[in-house]
Design a protein around this ligand. Structure first.
Ligand SMILES: [Zn+2]
Length: 396
């Protein structure tokens, strides 16, 4: 079983070791098992370390069933005696998030009696799932308490205990593991069994900031960022707020009110446009009806109109058909075209049948009743559609 150097010292990142076995990783890349290692494997909700082993890069670290740790490498390492170096930036980030999680979970437990059911350390943000729902105000109280512990710079220590000893200690969460337990203690605040990497003093966490809370199962999922991630998150949000304020030409605290005004203006404009459109449709209908072609049984208005949507076409067609003895076949341009066929109540033309023939000829779809039918997606040229519609109406 690989000796885990990080068990005793999370800031140890350079070490010498021997390769005891070379085996292929599940993805086929070369892999090495060492007698001892400072590399942390993916486990307990925390991702693996990266770094170098001799001349090779460590791409992944996988915990084997027998307790050995498999280092997945980008190339074979020839020598048996190797020097390992863990990438410190990534390790420190994981230590900040992971220790921050211990402190935040303990704060939720102490302040609100909300227990942590699970923890995940993600690439951008981490989450803890709480056994009960918490409000934003409650979460803020736990966040305050957690940061009080961070700024008190409490020692974070590692100790080992067997199951019998552990049973007599007040662990925040009972461990499912048997045998010797590794316990992480945040002085006078939290004691829990954990195999991860942690900072030596809470001050190194820097800050614990809750990024969001959502309902999850019967409790809450709390997203949070610590240390360097909190700084990066602050910068990102600062840039978004500054960019949004610039677009609206207002100070950050005026953004919400400004968006409300923009939304109200847009609503008013939409109402105004709709009103103008319906008045324009009336004029368009009057012009078309006046210029209608005289057929045997009715006067027909066949036209391709630019700048109108399906709703507008329908308004114009309905206005034309409100005159006795009229038929309207209106199409929009450019293609794909909408189409509306409407006729006055006193004529017998079958609008649905005509629409069916237009769709069969020019594509698209649609349907309706004998007095009114509509469709869309026609792809004929305006001239072809006009000519065919005139034939259908007997006005060619
Ligand atoms: Zn931990």
């Amino acid at each position: 079983m690989t000796e885990r150097l990080y068990y005793h010292d999370s800031s140890l990142i350079e070490f010498d070791a021997r390769i005891v076995r070379r085996i292929a990783a599940p993805d086929g890349r070369p892999g090495a098992i060492l007698d001892r290692t400072a590399f942390y494997p993916t486990s307990g909700g925390q991702p693996f370390d990266t770094g170098t082993l001799g001349t090779a890069r460590v791409l992944d670290v996988i915990e084997q069933e027998d307790g050995d740790l498999l280092h997945v490498l980008d190339a074979e390492v020839e020598a048996d005696a190797v020097h390992g170096a863990v990438e410190w930036g990534r390790r420190l980030d994981h230590m900040q998030q992971h220790t921050g999680q211990h402190v935040l979970s303990a704060a939720f437990d102490r302040v609100l009696g909300a227990r942590t059911e699970s923890f995940h350390l993600g690439v951008d943000a981490s989450t803890i799932d709480l056994g009960r729902e918490v409000s934003a105000d409650e979460a803020a109280a736990a966040e305050d308490e957690a940061n009080r512990i961070v700024w008190a710079d409490r020692p974070v220590t590692i100790r080992f205990a067997d199951a019998a000893e552990a049973a007599g200690l007040r662990l925040r969460k009972e461990s499912a593991r048997g045998g010797t337990l590794r316990l992480i203690e945040v002085a006078d605040f939290d004691l829990s069994a954990c195999g991860g990497t942690h900072v030596a003093r809470t001050g190194t966490i820097g800050i614990i900031a809750i990024a969001g809370i959502e309902r999850f199962k019967s409790g809450s999922r709390v997203e949070f960022v610590c240390g360097g991630r909190a700084l990066r998150s602050h910068r990102r949000l600062r840039d978004i707020v500054a960019g949004t304020g610039k677009l609206l030409s207002v100070a950050p605290h005026e953004i919400a009110a400004s968006i409300e005004r923009v939304q109200a203006d847009a609503k008013e404009l939409r109402r105004h446009v709709k009103d103008l459109q319906s008045r324009l449709a009336g004029h368009e209908a009057a012009a078309l009806a006046a210029a209608a072609l005289a057929g045997p049984a009715y006067r027909g208005s066949i036209a391709v109109l630019e700048g109108w949507d399906a709703q507008g076409l329908k308004q114009i067609a309905a206005a034309i058909a409100s005159h006795p003895g009229h038929l309207a076949i209106l199409m929009s341009a450019p293609p794909p075209s909408s189409i509306v066929v409407a006729r006055s109540a006193d004529t017998t033309f079958d609008a649905a049948a005509a629409l069916k023939q237009m769709v069969a000829r020019f594509g698209g779809k649609g349907g309706g009743r004998p007095e009114l039918a509509q469709g869309g997606g026609l792809t004929g040229s305006p001239d072809d559609m006009l000519a065919f519609a005139r034939t259908l109406a007997g006005l060619a």
